[in-house]
Write a protein that binds this ligand. Structure first.
Ligand SMILES: NC(=O)c1ccc[n+]([C@@H]2O[C@H](COP(=O)([O-])OP(=O)(O)OC[C@H]3O[C@@H](n4cnc5c(N)ncnc54)[C@H](OP(=O)(O)O)[C@@H]3O)[C@@H](O)[C@H]2O)c1
Length: 382
């Protein structure tokens, strides 16, 4: 099966390497026919081209694998590929979470499919496990440590007793965090993954802006000191739950009890768990990023297509997000503590308090109306 590869960087280079090596008979059925690169200096392989049309207009190419990143031209190129009757595989969570409805619709109209295992959890077979579980069971909910960068920072802050800026700098020096780390530390990367996990787990499309999202940009040593002293670890958690006409979905730092399996996921590892009636909790732990682990997931999807095995044919319905049924106790540190009297249960320091049990919607409204750009919020496990 001939493949057109868009992008030849960390992930794309890994896909090319795995397929060229052809370690198994299934991989040997795949062939990288053409590779789109951006610059002449990258034309080190005879299959490279600077023109996307060379791939889109080649009728022998059945599948386009996108590993470029960014919204455009990735979205437009994949849409054109689908319109030309080619299946697509992407590792690009930001683009797919943003244009999910459009690309799924185009795929359906043209009798082809969109595959996205690598977009969520890197090499962890998370999407495939959801498909497998759903052959027997409905998924009730999922939760995950979906971002290795923030898990690295939180793990190191926790073990070393250091502050956020120091650990962010270390993560950048080690190549775990990008120079502009906003997508990771503000929770947007996890938001895309929660959105795509909802697509796979519940067959629902939702507006990503409605996924309540808090990151770790404002976390301080004193927040972790309180967590540690009270028997908690801190992790950035993305969750989704099926609630009939609605989906609840959010991204929020959580103070987890130390015996929770997620509390002990170290450094840049990811962990993701689904819950369903007959299987109960099923947890996956592994490398959520990296060239070969992520490329592995792309190649798995390519083999699915070759074997005609991907069940990505279910209709998707648009479901609104409603977090009123997501209730909990929240730790909030703010310089405007006087504004939170309505939801406060007990004060734990000069500028931090625990809420009474309230919905995430109430907590979010109180936080947004306080307009404090230093505020840190975490949900406290019961
Ligand atoms: N790295 C990971 O571990 C990982 C894990 C999971 C998912 N992902 C996702 O996978 C995607 C790719 O990530 P990556 O780490 O492989 O990024 P990367 O190393 O920057 O690779 C992207 C490649 O695509 C090229 N490119 C960008 N725009 C292009 C265009 N218009 N035409 C031709 N080539 C173009 C880039 O060229 P230039 O460098 O010249 O711009 C670069 O070589 C992203 O969506 C990312 O979120 C990555």
């Amino acid at each position: 099966m001939k493949i057109g590869l868009l992008g030849h960087g960390v992930v794309g280079g890994g896909v090319r390497a795995i397929i060229d090596e052809g370690a198994t008979w299934e991989v040997r059925e795949l062939e990288i026919a053409k590779i789109l690169v951006k610059d002449e200096s990258e034309m080190v392989d005879p299959r490279t081209t600077l023109h996307a049309e060379d791939i889109l207009n080649d009728p022998s190419i059945e599948v386009v694998a996108e590993c470029m990143g960014g919204l455009e031209p990735a979205h437009t190129l994949l849409k054109k590929a689908l319109q030309k009757g080619k299946h697509v595989v992407t590792s690009n969570k930001k683009m797919l979470a943003t244009y999910c409805e459009d690309l799924f619709e185009t795929a359906r109209e043209n009798g082809v499919t969109v595959h996205y295992e690598a977009s969520c959890g890197g090499g962890i077979p998370w999407m495939a496990s959801l498909d497998r579980t759903r052959r027997v069971d409905d998924i009730d909910s999922f939760r995950g440590i979906f971002n290795g960068t923030t898990n690295y920072i939180l793990s190191r802050m926790y073990s070393e007793g250091t502050d956020f800026e120091e650990m962010l700098k270390e993560a950048q020096e080690l190549g775990y965090a990008e120079r502009d780390p906003s997508d990771d530390i503000d929770g947007h990367d996890v938001r895309y993954k929660v959105s795509l996990s909802c697509v796979k787990a519940f067959d629902t499309l939702q507006n990503i802006q409605d996924i309540v999202t808090y990151g770790i940009r404002n976390i301080r040593k004193e927040d972790l000191d309180w967590a540690k002293a009270n028997g908690y670890a801190c992790k950035l958690i993305g969750t989704g739950a099926y609630r009939g006409d609605f989906i609840s979905a959010c991204v929020i730092p959580m103070f987890l009890k130390k015996d929770d399996v997620f509390a002990n996921i170290p450094l840049n590892f990811n962990a993701i768990e689904s819950r369903s009636k007959t299987l109960g909790p099923a947890t996956f732990v592994g490398q959520g990023a990296g060239s070969l682990p992520t490329a592995h997931a792309v190649v798995q999807n390519l083999i699915d297509i070759w074997k005609n095995q991907d069940p990505e044919i279910n209709d998707k319905s648009i479901r609104p997000i409603d977090n009123t049924l997501h209730t909990g106790v929240f730790y909030i540190r703010t310089k405007k503590i006087a504004l939170f009297a309505d939801i406060m249960d007990r004060r734990i320091s000069e500028d931090a308090f625990l809420t009474r049990k309230i919905s995430l919607v109430q907590a979010d409204m109180a936080v947004k109306s306080a307009v404090d750009d230093t505020l840190f919020i975490a949900e406290v496990a019961e």
